[in-house]
Design a protein around this ligand. Structure first.
Ligand SMILES: Nc1ncnc2c1ncn2[C@@H]1O[C@H](COP(=O)(O)OP(=O)(O)OP(=O)(O)O)[C@@H](O)[C@H]1O
Ligand SMILES: [Mg+2]
Length: 342
């Protein structure tokens, strides 16, 4: 059974902070907000064996490694100070991506109205979300229902955003803003999003100035938004330096579930690449022998400090070069994938 540590939460009016529990089922939202279901294990005397701890977002708890069921024991507390093994790190990373899948599903299904996914470039954020959308679309096709999804990439003007929100305002719609940081940094656009994602029952958005574009397209100057939204970004909302920007983004973050994939160290990124390759999917199109695959990892690990980026995307670039030139790929990679030596 997996275990979680609640960083900030509440149970029957009592604060739950940095306490570990055996997980029964992951983050869900109910009438009173978000919660996770865990085993009580005697932490709260005279309470049921299975309890729901209220948390605001999935960032309020984290997975704990190991198969420990008896939580809150001195042994578990001590384990917080031990060094994470490679296998444990792999499990942690895999779990983060499982949460990405779980949350994407919830957004697509309309159980969650918005989420923000944050993480470094090229680790599989877009891939994870798009895969779930594809699955849901396929399933809907079979079931004869209709999911309407749109992935918006790059920049959009505020009026363009207003039009897109209108087009996908029905409850069966999901909008993905992938690397659209300009929207998040624009006052007008952000205010539209705040309206679209407000936690009230009605989420009314208005376009306040006269617009011939909207008139021509038959778009009203206000409407209710009932769809779901997923933001994918490299920005770390809570680490933004500018206070003004942080206040701005806080307003959005408070309306969304926030998932930081936390692949911040070089080791985590390398492990993620190995993990996807081990699953047999990363290099599936290349027909590499296991030794060839290993030689790519070895090259990446040896040159980690000089590679322009440590990511799945970089692994695929190097795989391309290996395929192109089995004898000279290292030289090609040095020239095209690495920063110049000082
Ligand atoms: N689980 C996976 N299995 C196979 N390939 C994957 C997987 N996840 C990601 N990839 C591949 O890795 C590459 C990078 O993934 P993706 O584009 O999702 O990264 P990203 O985190 O969205 O990066 P960015 O922030 O730069 O947009 C893509 O070519 C993608 O196909
Ligand atoms: Mg992406």
């Amino acid at each position: 059974m997996s275990a979680i540590r609640i960083l900030r939460g509440e149970y029957r009016g009592k604060t739950v902070k940095n306490q570990s529990f055996a997980l029964v089922s992951g983050f869900q939202t109910g009438a009173k907000g978000g919660y996770v279901t865990v085993q009580n294990n005697g932490t709260f005397p005279n309470c049921p064996a299975t309890i729901r701890i209220r948390v605001d977002a999935i960032s309020d708890y984290e997975m704990v490694n190991g198969d420990t069921v008896e939580m809150n024991t001195p042994a578990v507390k001590a384990s917080a100070f031990t060094v994470e093994t490679e296998e444990q790190a792999m499990t942690r990373i895999r779990e983060r991506f499982e949460i990405l899948t779980e949350m994407s599903k919830a957004c697509i299904g309309g159980d969650i109205r918005a989420m923000i996914v944050s993480g470094p470039p090229g680790v599989g954020k877009s891939f994870g979300v798009e895969q779930e959308i594809e699955k849901a679309t396929l399933f809907d096709k079979i079931a004869g229902k209709r999911l309407r999804a749109e992935v918006v990439k790059g920049s959009a003007t505020p009026i363009g955003l207003y039009q897109t929100l209108y087009k996908y305002s029905d409850p069966n719609c999901v909008l993905v803003f992938d690397d659209c940081d300009s929207i998040l940094l624009d006052d007008v656009a952000l205010n539209l999003l705040k309206g679209a994602l407000d936690s009230g029952k009605k989420r009314k958005i208005s376009w306040l100035s006269e617009s011939s574009t909207l008139r021509r397209e038959g778009i009203p100057d206000s409407f209710d938004f009932k769809g779901s939204v997923i933001f994918i970004t490299n920005m770390k909302f809570d680490k933004m330096k500018s206070q003004k920007l942080r206040d701005h983004l806080d307003a959005l973050q408070s309306r969304c579930h926030y998932l930081d994939l936390t692949l911040d160290t070089m080791r985590d990124k390398i492990l993620r690449i190995k993990q996807i390759a081990k699953d047999g999917v990363l290099f599936a199109d290349y027909d590499f022998e296991p030794e060839t695959q290993d030689s790519i990892f070895e090259f990446m690990e040896t040159n980690q400090a000089r590679l322009r980026e440590m990511s799945l995307r970089m692994a695929l670039k190097i795989a391309d070069l290996r395929k192109l030139s089995p004898d000279n790929w290292r030289r090609l990679a040095e020239t095209t994938c690495m920063k110049a030596a000082d």
